[in-house]
Design a protein. Structure first.
Length: 102
C-alpha cells in the first residue's frame, strides 16, 4: 500500500518527523541541482538544465509509472526530489529571463 493510501485509510496516524526531514533534505538538495550544473556566472546561464525539456525528463524519471515498483518510502523521496527540482524551474520561469523550452 502506498503512502497516500495509508494516509487516506488512517488519517489519524502518527506524524513521522524523520520522513518530513528526509523529504525536506532531498527536495532542498534537488532544488539546487540546476544551479550546480549551470552556475550563474553570467546573466544568460540558463541552458538545458533550466528548461522545460529537462523538467519533463526529471518528472518522468522520478515520478513515472516505472517508480510504482519502488517501496513507498523511496516513492516519497523520489517525489520530493522531483518537486524540489521542478520548484526551482517554476521559480526561474517567473523571472524576466524565464526558462527555455530546450
Amino acid at each position: 500500500m502506498n503512502e497516500m493510501a495509508q494516509v487516506e485509510k488512517n488519517p489519524g496516524r502518527q506524524f513521522d518527523v524523520w520522513t518530513v526531514l528526509g523529504c525536506a533534505l532531498v527536495g532542498g538538495t534537488a532544488a539546487l541541482i540546476p544551479d550546480i550544473l549551470e552556475p550563474a556566472v553570467h546573466p544568460d546561464h540558463r541552458r538545458f538544465f533550466h528548461s522545460v525539456t529537462s523538467g519533463s525528463g526529471v518528472a518522468w524519471l522520478l515520478g513515472g509509472p516505472h517508480t510504482s515498483e519502488c517501496s513507498p518510502g523511496i516513492q516519497v523521496l523520489l517525489a520530493s526530489a522531483a518537486m524540489g527540482y521542478l520548484s526551482h524551474l517554476a521559480a526561474d520561469a517567473c523571472t524576466p529571463n524565464s526558462i527555455r523550452f530546450l
